[in-house]
Design a binder for this molecule. Structure first.
Ligand SMILES: *[C@@H]1O[C@H](CO)[C@@H](O)[C@H](O)[C@H]1NC(C)=O
Ligand SMILES: *[C@@H]1O[C@H](CO)[C@@H](O)[C@H](O)[C@H]1NC(C)=O
Ligand SMILES: *[C@@H]1O[C@H](CO)[C@@H](O)[C@H](O)[C@H]1NC(C)=O
Length: 476
């Protein structure tokens, strides 16, 4: 154990960022035994997995079925390519959040012919019952909610280091799995055909490897695509701002005065959502074009200081540092809610609130009351970290788009002829493999004729097509 520990850098940022997964009906804290100390067997007699409780698999199956309803691009990919089995022979080791939505991805990969071993990229986000459902169907899952740091690396190790099975593809979110294989099992890379990486952090680490000349297989960056920009930022934040605020504070939006700092994609989403619920929305914006857009969309563009004494809710989404200062926090009215939807955790100067004269009171998970000497309270959410990741769930539909892109990237890397991809990081594949391309195009054609154009399934399919177009982007 100590040897293993000394190899690992300390646990990564992404593996500890709290990330709330969907509701869990079966989380029981009664059972304190570590899953590592339990012997469990699925109904097929296999014990090649390690989850909290395999008996929860039926609950997990229901969660997966609910997720499937809004993941039509994956399901169509599954149906379409099932006969072709484009992943036959693929042995994929994956490290992602383990949620119902990821389960739909994993089961799609299996339907396309792959064998999968899976672990969690985050020690908090695993839905235990979903991990159980996957293990019950024979996917080797090593993950549970609330792993220790040692458990985290142990689970990764158990996925990679197993007798008679060597991965030939990696799907990573955060780069911890890739890092582990590099450090511990460099020989495994002789068989690996490619890495698909989801997160900004992980992609950054791949670029570092590439610069150091140490990247020995092609890697794909699925972080950067048109669909991700529009969906994760504009549409996803439009929904998660309401979800996050409701869950944490039960606030009513109608008639509330809200100031939104920043009118980029995220700010536009937040403004639209709050306006639709009858809030009075002010916008601060330093970019003249975005400020003009805010005006044209009917919002009052102000300076933060002009409204700071009167607003009920303050939301930052600028990507800049110290947008809300201690001085402004001092002037907020009693009961104001402050939260961040922007890119970093430094938009609100939270550090300045950690002074002796202010009292912090934790009232709920992710909710702190900061109390001034005169009794004024400011309600700070997620200690200034991203509200959408800490206090709300990501809509299944959005995850479907990401997951479809990941599946397509895996298919592409696995089937690419020798020489199409070098040992480099690709923004997205240059060209889709012919087979899957043709299959998709004909599928999209048929759905244009068959489906109600306004249905979300239709949009999902279009996006599937769009992400395919993005695949033609040049390599870095
Ligand atoms: C990841 O995506 C974000 C948003 O699209 C972009 O700003 C960032 O530069 C991308 N990072 C990398 C390493 O490609
Ligand atoms: C959360 O919000 C950040 C910043 O606004 C955005 O970049 C990111 O894509 C969002 N992620 C999800 C999963 O909603
Ligand atoms: C702030 O609001 C709380 C709850 O309504 C109230 O009990 C408290 O007296 C108020 N404090 C000040 C300084 O207005």
């Amino acid at each position: 154990k100590t040897g293993r520990r000394s190899l690992s850098r300390s646990i990564s940022q992404s593996s500890t960022d709290s990330y709330s997964s969907a509701a869990s009906y079966t989380d029981s804290s009664d059972d304190e035994t570590s899953p590592r100390d339990k012997t469990q067997i699925n109904s097929k007699g296999s014990s090649d997995f390690c989850v909290k409780n395999i008996k929860q698999n039926e609950f997990g199956r229901r969660e997966i079925e609910i997720a499937e309803q809004d993941m039509s691009a994956l399901i169509s990919l599954r149906k379409r390519a099932q006969s072709e089995k484009p992943l036959a022979g693929a042995k994929i080791v994956g490290c992602t959040h383990i949620t119902a939505q990821t389960a739909v991805l994993i089961e799609t990969l299996v339907a396309l012919g792959a064998q999968c071993r899976w672990t969690a990229c985050n020690i908090y986000s695993t839905q235990n019952e979903v991990a159980a459902a996957l293990s019950e169907t024979g996917v080797a899952v090593f993950a549970w909610k609330g792993e220790s740091e040692d458990d985290f690396w142990w689970c990764i190790d158990r996925c990679v280091n197993t007798e008679g099975w060597q991965p030939n593809m990696i799907l990573d979110d955060g780069g911890d799995l890739t890092h582990w294989v590099y450090k511990k099992y460099p020989n495994v890379f002789k068989k690996i055909r490619g890495i698909v990486e989801e997160s900004v952090t992980g992609v950054h680490r791949l670029y570092q490897l590439s610069k150091a000349g140490k990247l020995c297989v092609p890697a794909m960056n699925v972080n950067d695509s048109v669909t991700k920009q529009k969906f994760d930022n504009l549409y996803c934040c439009r929904e998660s701002i309401l979800d996050g605020l409701k869950r944490t504070t039960d606030v009513m939006f109608g008639g509330k005065q809200v100031v939104i700092c920043g009118y980029g994609e995220v700010g536009k989403g937040c403004c639209a959502a709050l306006k639709a619920l009858g809030a009075i929305v002010y916008v601060t914006e330093i970019d003249p074009i975005c400020a003009l857009q805010a005006c044209m969309d009917g919002f009052r563009v102000v300076k933060l200081n002009e409204v700071i004494r009167q607003v009920d809710i303050i939301i930052t989404c600028t990507g800049n540092k110290n947008v809300v200062t201690r001085d402004q926090l001092d002037r907020m009215k009693n009961g104001s809610i402050v939260c961040n939807m922007g890119h970093s955790n430094t938009e609100i100067d939270v550090a300045s609130l950690r002074t002796p004269e202010l009292t912090w009171e934790r009232v709920r998970s992710q909710v702190d009351h900061v109390i001034w000497p005169d009794g004024k309270r400011v309600i700070l959410l997620a200690e200034g970290r991203l509200l959408n990741l800490s206090c709300s769930t990501v809509p299944t539909f959005v995850l479907s788009i990401t997951a479809t892109t990941q599946a397509l990237a895996l298919i592409e890397l696995y089937n690419a002829p020798e020489g199409r991809y070098k040992q480099d990081v690709y923004l997205l594949p240059k060209k889709m493999g012919e087979d899957i391309n043709t299959a998709l195009v004909s599928f999209i054609r048929s759905s244009f004729c068959d489906r109600n154009p306004s249905s979300s399934a239709h949009i999902d399919v279009l996006l599937c097509c769009l992400s395919e177009l993005c695949f033609e982007t040049q390599e870095v």
